[in-house]
Design a binder for this molecule. Structure first.
Ligand code: DHE
Length: 519
């Protein structure tokens, strides 16, 4: 931070009143912010300061952050350096579009890559004694750290800092050795979990959604809001393989809501925010034909050249939030605006049914399990929390009908279960009851327990250990905690203090595509 004469100081010095001089936020940015937040507000050591990146931050909060700084970050307080008007002007200005449209192209991506020499060619053997398949990563949002937990004894093995604002699930290679994560500012990190070292980092975009890893570990695919691209990296060293501009059949470009690995199909599936299409991107040698809409085996069409061709599945409605069935034959999708969900058969490339979904379902957080129907026959269901209404929707995976709407104490974000557990756990993330965690019986579809792990504090995102013995709950507060519950008795076993912990990721459950968690 550079010191500088304030407008008030200058006016005293000159003996004139500058009280009404209009602050020049662009100049203020250059003087005070550019060294950390980079030219064109693209982000560097500090986060990106563009309207798209600030969508989740209210303007008064931005002004407060400038005035008072941010705890547990390098952001200093400016209230002694800038006037209130200057702070206000600066806070307003960062929400305006930049004069030069921001760009992040192949050259920027290549130039950003960092390979850490001390993490190359390390032995394929864990440096810790814990079972590497039962490790759980905990993302701590509060001070941007990851804790690596031994899942058998629920003790931290190591805790290390990450880049700013990691979002979405870290994705493991099938052997569980390497894990990749994305930050909202576009950084993709490859981490060697057995050697506890960062291997490489590449910045793929300005505003990034999430990352997926191909089931052969060959490709890492990142989804961007800004620019409108998907970016494929080499899974080995995060070098650039391909930038895929996201342009629909009509020529319109789109933000990518998220990208997922569809393991049984050897392909990535991308959810698009601004065009009514879903993209499938095979990563095996399967030919994909240009112009293809419904069936990639159309022989008369022209094959798209090069690796990672795109199959456009054109739909009647937008789909930006997905749930896949366990075989990846179907997508259950919804847009954040339409009351009807769609069931898409991926092979046929078209809608086969509609879903009755009240409120705003969070299908990306859906899970599945088997129960018995009224006649005692096995019935596979999927359930989704709801971001707007206090309910969990349960859908029959054969008829696609809603078989139950379970009322909850408020809108929820995450729902989690485990093959070995008779219960699913649903949080109440929003509203006055955000301290409550519901436990739902998989068979009766009734709430059997309402836990209040930490009165007055937000309880969220449950994840299980490999065996379904423990249920881990995040207390999403700066001085929060990870609470370990006995998954059978719902009794607290221990609590580990953590800084605003959110997502937790167990190697076994994620690499074995457990039906009780997201993949
Ligand atoms: Fe997330 C996953 C989208 C806000 C924490 N979130 C995801 C995924 C998507 C998504 C598409 C799946 C990606 C993956 O795992 O590969 N999230 C969105 C949104 O659209 C939304 C509502 C608004 C936004 O601005 O992005 C949103 N998400 C949040 C939060 O506010 C949360 C609670 C805190 C944060 O990190 O910003 C949050 N999202 C998470 C977590 C996961 C996630 C912990 C991974 C869950 C898992 O178990 O896999």
């Amino acid at each position: 931070m550079k010191s500088r004469l304030t407008a008030t100081g200058l006016s005293l010095l000159l003996g004139v009143s500058l009280a009404h001089a209009t602050p020049d936020p662009e100049k203020l940015y250059e003087t005070h912010c550019l060294s950390c937040h980079a030219p064109n507000r693209l982000g560097g050591m500090g986060p990106t300061l563009l309207p798209e990146s600030l969508a989740r931050l209210k303007k008064p909060e931005a002004a407060k952050a400038i005035a008072e700084g941010l705890p547990a970050t390098q952001m200093p307080a400016y209230k002694e350096i800038l006037t209130a008007d200057e702070i206000k002007a600066l806070a307003a200005w960062i929400y305006t579009p930049p004069t030069h449209p921001p760009k992040w192209d192949a050259e920027d991506i290549k130039a950003s890559r960092i390979v850490y020499a001390d993490a190359v060619d390390l032995p394929a053997k864990p440096v810790f004694k814990a079972d590497p398949t039962n490790i759980t990563l905990v993302v701590e949002h509060g001070d941007h750290h990851i804790t690596v937990l031994d899942g058998d004894v629920m003790e931290p093995i190591v805790r290390f800092p990450t880049r700013y604002a990691l979002h979405g699930g870290p994705k493991f290679t099938p052997d569980g050795r390497f894990v990749y994560w994305a930050t909202r500012d576009g950084w993709i990190t490859k981490f060697d979990l057995w050697n506890l070292k960062v291997v490489a980092e590449t910045r793929v975009g300005i505003n990034t959604r999430n990352v997926a890893v191909s089931s052969d570990g060959k490709y890492v695919m990142a989804a961007n809001y800004l620019p409108h691209t998907l970016v494929a990296l080499d899974g080995k060293d995060l070098s650039l393989v391909k930038v895929i501009p996201v342009v629909g059949n009509t020529g319109k470009t789109s933000r990518v809501s998220a990208v997922y690995d569809a393991r049984p199909r050897n392909s990535f599936i991308a959810a698009l925010k601004d065009i009514p299409e879903v993209w499938e991107i095979p990563y095996d040698d399967r030919p994909v034909y240009k112009g293809l809409v419904h069936d990639y085996r159309l022989k008369e069409a022209i094959p798209e050249p090069g690796p990672l061709p795109v199959r456009h599945i054109v739909l009647d409605d937008y789909l930006d939030d997905f749930y896949f069935d366990q075989n990846y034959d179907y997508i259950l999708g919804a847009s954040r605006t339409s009351p009807k969900g769609q069931v898409i058969h991926l092979g046929a490339g078209r809608k086969v049914a509609e879903l009755d979904l009240a409120g705003m379902p969070h299908l990306g957080s859906g899970i599945t399990w088997e129960r018995k129907d009224a006649e005692g026959k096995p019935q596979r269901v999927m359930a989704s929390p709801n971001l707007k209404d206090g309910l969990v929707t349960v859908i029959d995976m054969k008829t696609w009908k809603t078989i139950k709407t379970i009322p909850t104490a408020g809108p929820g974000f995450f729902l989690r279960g485990h093959e070995a557990s008779p219960y699913v756990w649903a949080d109440v993330f929003f509203g006055k009851n955000h301290e409550i965690m519901h436990v739902i019986d998989k068979q009766t579809l009734e709430i059997v327990a309402n836990l209040t792990p930490s009165p007055g504090q937000t309880a969220t995102h449950v994840e299980f250990d490999r065996y379904g013995k423990y249920a881990l709950v995040s207390i999403w507060e700066m001085d929060g905690a990870l609470i370990v519950y006995d998954a059978k008795t719902h009794k607290e076993i221990k609590r580990l203090p953590m800084k605003r912990p959110v997502g937790k990721y167990n190697v076994w459950n994620k690499t074995r595509l457990s039906e009780g968690t997201s993949h």
